[in-house]
Unconditional design. Structure first.
Length: 645
């Protein structure tokens, strides 16, 4: 069953060479109960670790069940251990974060094709064999030494191993409990036919229970799996670890959730500035013409265009589908002893064609009302609540700068970060300040240009062509208008160039900001995980002993990290809603008249998806290195708690 040929094991440091095993030859037949004896330090445990494929010999060869195993890869060795071998350790090596039944199930966790139900059934049978069926939900620290050793035996036999390797199984037990454990092992050998190799220093125990025993003398020192099932198991184990390690879990979640909260608010802000959210469903092809530049010699003058300039020069653009003019003003109202500020937008009938406002009541003003200068108004839901409480608004009037306007529509508001946001919309022909503010070229108006296609450069090229032909300003060398989408304007914020937007620079700036935000918790998570390598060393050694490969452990540990970052991310999303409201309230303290709505930051599906991706990325990046480092630990080294040999 087991053949060891000329096995040597030498430990070397810079100054010391220690021979633990020297030319060991041993044959163990199937069904034997063999005791390996000798004084402390003679290499008994080392020999057992080599038999169990937990350690590798310096020289010599090993064959188990007629199969040479010395040259097998780590992955194949792990699989071989899982299928053929069972281990009982002197120190029990139970995972304290797992219940009794979860500890017993461990070997089957790394065996493909076994469902959770089947695993639980076989664990109950194994616990029944060792007389612990009533302790399934207990944890190792709630058991006596003898009970913990029996749990270790149940774990060792759950996979029906052909060979059972026991390292001082009674070393930490009193004589009565030791006798009970030995009788249990004898039963496994005689009744179930399991081959047992036991290391012990108790000669009387060895002679009484084993069929044969081998005596070792001291050496010299001289100066010189199924993916779905596995994923379910990973998730289950993660929550068990999180619940048992409450301080670590809380510390990790706080760092992750606060970071994701900031990122979510930032992403929500960007999303509302540049993305095509209602009512700006055509934002990707809606250009905003908001600046005109006049060049005279070396001098450049920038200003907003006038309504007359816009109507004269851009109304016949062939590359646009619709053009709308608008300007934004403010007015103050006095109602019931309270003062409030309101955003007022003068615009035209085409404004409602470019946008897609949801009308809760009424309708927009039309071309006839614009031409007549009708004093009609479309108001936001918030403005209706302010002026008319819960009553009807349609047909009623309210004052704007001392002039009565009749409400003909009520809409859901746009985001406050949008150029089309307003509390009140009225026809631009009712703007009494036009004569005072508007000149031939300079004024206060902007234009919305809805391009026919996404080829926005074509629109700007047509604008340049029109302005070259026109004699707009006496003595001017040239006149240039600036028309860009919201995304393009945001992209241009990182550049001093007035020409085409440079997305690369903006993307780099945003990426750097996000990376810096995520780098702090990522480094913190890596440090915490690396620090916990020592804490989890024994657990890693146990899992490897029962068949976990390095790849399996990396998958499990990274999954743990990703799950905890996802939980932290969800908490961060919740906190971001509250934090955004606090931010709005803080901003409103600087301008109590013109207050932003408390729901100004909206978390769209894009923002949610981005934050989810950020969580996954954070969990992956911060988990891979510690997981890889843990998975590469030597089994024997890990079983000793990560202490030096």
């Amino acid at each position: 069953m087991i053949q060891l040929s000329n096995i040597e094991k030498v430990y070397r440091t810079k100054t010391i060479e220690t021979t633990a095993l020297n030319h060991i030859n041993l044959n163990i037949n199937k069904g034997e109960f063999v005791a390996i004896m000798g004084p402390s330090g003679c290499g008994k445990s080392t020999l057992l670790n080599i038999m169990g494929l937990l350690d590798t010999p310096t020289a010599g060869s090993i064959a188990i069940a007629n199969q040479p195993v010395t040259s097998l890869s780590r992955k194949r060795l792990a699989t071989f251990r899982n299928l053929k071998l069972g281990f009982i350790f002197q120190s029990y090596h139970l995972i304290n974060d797992l219940s009794v039944i979860d500890n017993v199930e461990l070997p089957l966790l790394y065996r493909k094709g076994i469902s959770g139900t089947e695993r639980r059934k076989r664990a109950l049978v194994a616990l029944e064999k060792v007389g612990l069926s009533a302790r399934t939900k207990h944890y190792p620290n709630q058991l006596s030494g003898g009970q913990r050793q029996r749990v270790a035996i149940a774990r060792a036999i759950i996979g029906d191993p052909e060979i059972l390797l026991a390292d001082e199984p009674t070393g930490n037990l009193d004589s009565a409990m030791g006798e009970e454990v030995m009788n249990l092992m004898l039963h496994l050998n005689k009744i179930d036919g399991t081959t047992i190799v036991m290391v012990t220093h108790d000669e009387q125990m060895a002679k009484k229970h084993s069929g044969s025993f081998t005596f070792l003398t001291a050496s010299k020192s001289v100066n010189l799996y199924n993916l779905e099932i596995m994923l379910k198991n990973y998730i289950k184990l993660t929550f068990k670890v999180m619940l048992r390690k409450k301080y670590y879990t809380a510390l990790t979640l706080v760092g992750i959730s606060l970071t994701l909260m900031v990122i979510t608010v930032f992403a929500s802000f960007l999303d509302q500035i540049v993305s095509a959210n209602p009512p700006e469903i055509h934002r990707e092809r809606t250009l905003i013409l908001d600046k005109v530049s006049v060049y005279k010699g070396d001098k450049k003058t920038d200003a907003a265009p006038s309504i007359s300039f816009l109507q004269k020069n851009i109304r016949a653009l062939q590359s646009t589908e619709t053009i709308s003019y608008f300007t934004t003003r403010e007015f103050i109202s006095f109602l019931n002893g309270k003062t409030a500020g309101h955003i007022l937008k003068f615009t035209d009938e085409n404004f409602w064609k470019i946008t897609d406002f949801e009308f809760l009541e009424g309708k927009p003003f039309n071309i006839i009302e614009v031409r007549k200068g009708a004093r009609v108004a479309v108001i936001s839901e918030k403005t209706k609540a302010y002026f008319f409480k819960d009553g009807a608004a349609l047909g009623k009037t309210f004052p704007i700068q001392g002039i009565a306007y009749q409400v003909i529509g009520v809409v859901k508001p746009a985001t406050p970060f949008s150029r089309i946001y307003s509390d009140v919309y009225v026809p631009y022909t009712t703007d009494v300040n036009t004569q005072r503010t508007e000149k031939a070229l300079e004024g206060t108006y902007n234009a919305l240009l809805l391009a026919k296609t996404n080829d926005l450069k074509k629109v700007r090229a047509e604008l340049r062509g029109i302005l070259k032909k026109a004699n707009l300003v006496s003595g001017a060398d040239s006149v240039k208008v600036h028309a860009f989408t919201a995304l393009e304007q945001f992209a241009k914020s990182s550049s001093f160039n007035d020409d085409e937007p440079e997305y690369g620079k903006t993307a780099i700036v945003i990426s750097i900001v996000l990376i810096l935000f995520m780098l702090i918790p990522a480094i913190s998570l890596v440090n915490i995980n690396v620090t916990r390598i020592g804490e989890r060393a024994e657990e890693i050694g146990i899992r490897k002993s029962f068949g976990a490969t390095s790849g399996t452990l990396v998958g499990q540990l990274v999954t743990e990290n990703i799950i905890i970052t996802l939980i932290g991310g969800l908490i961060g999303l919740g906190l971001s809603i509250y934090a955004s409201q606090l931010l709005v309230q803080f901003i409103n303290t600087f301008d109590p008249l013109f207050k932003m709505p408390t729901d100004s930051f909206i978390i769209s599906w894009r923002v949610f998806g981005f934050c989810l991706f950020s969580c996954l990325l954070l969990g992956l990046v911060s988990g891979i290195y510690p997981a890889w480092k843990m998975s590469r630990m030597d089994v024997v080294y890990a079983l000793k708690g990560g202490n030096s040999l």
